[in-house]
Design a protein around this ligand. Structure first.
Ligand SMILES: Cc1cc2nc3c(=O)[nH]c(=O)nc-3n(C[C@H](O)[C@H](O)[C@H](O)COP(=O)(O)OP(=O)(O)OC[C@H]3O[C@@H](n4cnc5c(N)ncnc54)[C@H](O)[C@@H]3O)c2cc1C
Length: 330
């Protein structure tokens, strides 16, 4: 296959997630010389996707809502028609799921969590890829022997802001960019998994999208100890997170856990209260732009790796910060 690379746009009923822009940045890094085609599967006709040189819209009644097999099938049909040089997506749950289906249908390998990829030299030889393994604690170099490389980029490694884009142009579509419609001929198996109902379990600020996360670990000491963490989070418009020790103790639900077996977060500020910074926790918040550690132990990995640290008892420090914010706000 030899055409333009495809970037799958992750959207939820037409709302494009910021994470999908990481795949556009990844594609630009892998294919600096080539135009990039964004692919929007299902929903209403989208606007041209900013950061892409062209946009395909795959339209079909079976694609009205997210349906992984149908999305994969439809994307495969477009790939057969257009012969892309690669298909990439951000390594979100949906991105990985759709690419896995495409890879299975196309009988091609699928590499997830990629952070670098380059075509083989000479052309036609396997691609060289580097990817994150074991929750980000291991870098793996591999060869990808594929006629159609299918890759997801590791979440939060590439920026949501596109490289080389002027800040004010970054979210605008390319002048003159058009949306090309494609209607697939989906098979009867395409819609085996369909959404029949959705229940919103969290309103407002969520852990994965919050600009600030205030997180507590074993040092918090109890379920009740999280009252001060919650008070600080509320004042900062933040979400509350925690370590696995906390969920194991039953102090917070697993939905609040950050880390290898919890959520990956990338806030502007991550405040780690009484968290040692074990690698399995660190990989879940290493994409935070700033880290503030509050810990009694100056040698705790969270403290030594943090941008800022306050050494002391969180049971004194967190209420003191809360009081000071309230005092300053009157
Ligand atoms: C396969 C696997 C997957 C895992 N996945 C995850 C995961 O997704 N997320 C995760 O978090 N962990 C995960 N873990 C567990 C991880 O290895 C650590 O055990 C865990 O992160 C430690 O939690 P903690 O930092 O809260 O506790 P600890 O390591 O016990 O650290 C407590 C910290 O609190 C400080 N402290 C104590 N009292 C106070 C106080 N009064 N004021 C201030 N500081 C205080 C201490 O100095 C210490 O640094 C995983 C482990 C494995 C093996």
């Amino acid at each position: 296959m030899s055409g333009v690379p495809f970037v799958v746009i992750d959207h939820d009923r037409g709302v494009v997630g910021d994470d999908t822009r990481q795949a556009l940045a990844f594609a630009r890094a892998c294919f600096p010389e080539l135009p990039i085609a964004a692919v929007v599967i299902g929903g209403e006709q989208p606007e041209p996707i900013a950061g892409a040189d062209s946009t395909f819209h795959i339209r079909h009644a079976a694609l009205d809502d997210y349906a992984p097999e149908a999305w994969g099938d439809a994307l495969h049909e477009l790939a057969v028609a257009q012969s892309p040089s690669a298909i990439v997506a951000t390594g979100t749950e949906r991105g990985n799921e759709v690419l896995a289906h495409v890879a299975a249908i196309a009988d091609q390998p699928f590499a997830a969590n990629v952070i670098e990829a380059a075509p083989g030299d000479p052309p036609g030889t396997p691609w060289r890829i580097r990817r994150l393994r074991w929750g980000g604690s291991l870098l793996e170099d591999a060869r990808l022997d594929a006629t159609l490389p299918i890759l997801s980029c590791a979440l939060h490694v590439f920026p949501n802001v596109l490289p080389n884009a002027a800040p004010d142009r970054d979210r605008e579509a390319r002048p003159g960019a058009a949306v090309v419609e494609f209607v697939p001929n989906l098979g009867p198996d395409a819609g085996r998994t369909r959404i029949v109902d959705r229940v919103q379990v969290a309103e407002g600020i969520t852990l994965t999208t919050a600009p600030v996360v205030v997180s507590g670990g074993r040092g918090v000491g109890s379920e009740e100890g999280f009252a001060a963490i919650e008070a600080l989070a509320e004042l900062l418009g933040a979400a509350v997170g925690c370590s696995r020790v906390v969920t194991n103790q039953g102090w917070r639900p697993h939905a609040d856990q950050v880390g290898q077996t919890g959520k990956r977060v990338a806030p502007d500020l991550y405040i780690a209260c009484g968290i040692s910074g074990a690698i399995q926790h660190w990989v879940g918040m290493q994409a935070a732009k700033n880290v503030l550690a509050i810990n009694t132990d100056p040698d705790a990995p969270m403290v030594t790796k943090a941008d800022y640290a306050v050494i002391g008892d969180l049971h004194e420090i967190v209420p003191a910060i809360v009081d000071e914010i309230r005092r300053r706000r009157g």
